[in-house]
Write a protein that binds this ligand. Sequence first.
Ligand code: MG
Length: 157
Amino acid sequence: MRVGFGYDIHRLVHERRLVLGGVIIPFEKGLLGHSDADVLLHAICDALLGAAGLGDIGQHYPDTDPRFKDVSSMELLAWTFQLVRVKGFCVNNVDATILAEAPKLSLHRLAMQANIASALALKPGDVNIKATTMEGLGAIGKGEAIAAMCVVTLREG
Ligand code: MG
């Protein structure tokens, strides 16, 4: 069994779509980034890469590369899963936390879980998505950013 941890944060700005876990979420702001800035999927990719001993997301999908401009992070997740498979690993489970002051994410949790499970050949029950606020503290608490943290386990197979 191998364990990996991932963390990411993106700035919230006007005139961007908010995409989390591959789900477009109605909100007045969205996350700024070279790709669709799906902070949850980026944290999951980093956790997968970490568990497989494959470095980090910036090495594989640099934000200076025009191929990744506005790319769906579901594609980054699919490519990352392929890298993990080529290394001879299966994903065992995913546990992630989104840190966001707003919007309320509970309505979208099942859709995120289904997207991630299908990308990683898991059952939805093997993907756990949690959300919490920062109680008004710091940049996330002021609604200036959303962050995500993730732990994954891999097994051989
Ligand atoms: Mg990112």
